[in-house]
Structure formats: C-alpha cells, structure tokens
Design a protein around this ligand. Structure first.
Ligand SMILES: [Zn+2]
Length: 51
C-alpha cells in the first residue's frame, strides 16, 4: 500500500494505484506518491518522530 499526497492541498490518500483526482480539493493529476521510509512505522499516525 502506498500513500499519495496532493501537491495542492496536502490531502493524503492510501491506495495501490495513483488516484486520478484528489479527494480533498478535487484537482486532477496532482497526487504524488509519498515514500514511506520517513514515516517510521508507516501507519500515518503521529509516531514518525520515533525511531
Ligand atoms: Zn488536493
């Protein structure tokens, strides 16, 4: 599972493939894949500061 983030509004969405539209602002083709290595546990919670 990858995380995609909107470059325009910053909304994130999990999915196996790239979303066509942002679920936050509705803009098309603005979702960029986020690398999970910086998030630590990869659960998208507040524990990314933990090593
Ligand atoms: Zn957006």
């Amino acid at each position: 599972m990858a995380v995609f983030k909107c470059e325009k509004c910053g909304a994130t969405k999990e999915g196996r493939c790239k979303p066509k539209k942002c679920t936050g602002c509705g803009a098309a083709d603005c979702m960029m894949k986020q690398e999970e290595k910086s998030t630590g546990c990869g659960c998208a919670c507040a524990c990314k500061s933990k090593k």
